[in-house]
Design a protein around this ligand. Sequence first.
Ligand code: MTE
Length: 335
Amino acid sequence: MLIKKTELIRSSEITPESVYLNRRQFMKGLVGTAALAVSGSALALPEPEFEKGVPVYPGPDWLQQQLRAGVSNAGMSTDEKIAPYRHAIRHNNFYEFGTGKGDPAKNAQNFVTDPWSVEVTGECDKPGTLALEDLIRPHQLEERIVRLRCVEAWSMVLPFVGVPLPELLKRFQPNSRAKYVEFTTLNDPKQMPGLRSVFSSLDWPYVEALRMDEAMHPLAFMAVGMYGNALPPQNGAPLRLVLPWKYGFKWVKSIVRIRFTEQMPRTTWNEAASHEYGFFANVNPAVSHPRWSQATERRLPSSLFRPNIIDTKPFNGYADEVAHLYSDMNLKKWF
Ligand code: MTE
């Protein structure tokens, strides 16, 4: 895959979303040309459109500095229309903060994400517990605009900022027994009302995992930001996975532990309903969820009058990049 990195300059204090999107349209034109002479050209991340009542999340100083030095990875980005910021932070799945789409935005606002540390453990030569800053600082941040396809058949195009997952994981030197890598969300009932709910059907903490070759794929990404700022708490601050070819439930939020394992780990949604949610969870229009079709999706934002239904693509449109990882597998069985 072609990776062109261009300097990323966070825009002035207020770049209206429309300006940002127009600039993107301009970039889109460039991406289509053979020369792709974008290196060095300034590409602004948006300061989210400041609207009354729409909060922004600048994050700690060290992260602000790193965001300013970020680059745009056009080769890993789609040129589809980005979801308006206000939708991205108000339509969420983060069951630790409630099961309604608006619950995380309502209940996660006091979620403490700084300081934060991540434990890296299991089958690796350099395990350790790192402050988030130490985990992220050695890397240059990059922006990738990707499609998020939820297993519930809605989708959004989102601009994430973060670090390629392979680069991050390699630092811990996974050993030859490391066949899988597991990611665990914070488990703090005091801060997370969903964990206190008697109606919860999930076994906490939230855990999802990848095969090592999946985790080491160039599309696998660890995000620390969105729309040019830190991740909002409802979107998984301070760090979450971005796995564009997999259903959103694999995109673990607010990660506190990374563990390399020899055996396939038990994962939250697979444990909850293995006939509905497979371990691999690759986006696949040919394999229906037992209760609904996966052939199409509702691209958000949408409305009653403009439902915006589009066809779902195998591997969420990233088949050219990732299909080879599964060439010897029956994807109807290993969904
Ligand atoms: N991570 C945790 N810890 N808890 C969750 O409930 N929901 C997943 C995923 N990551 C979830 C999670 C699902 S089902 C989706 S679709 C995406 O987060 C949604 O991400 P977004 O809210 O940022 O759009």
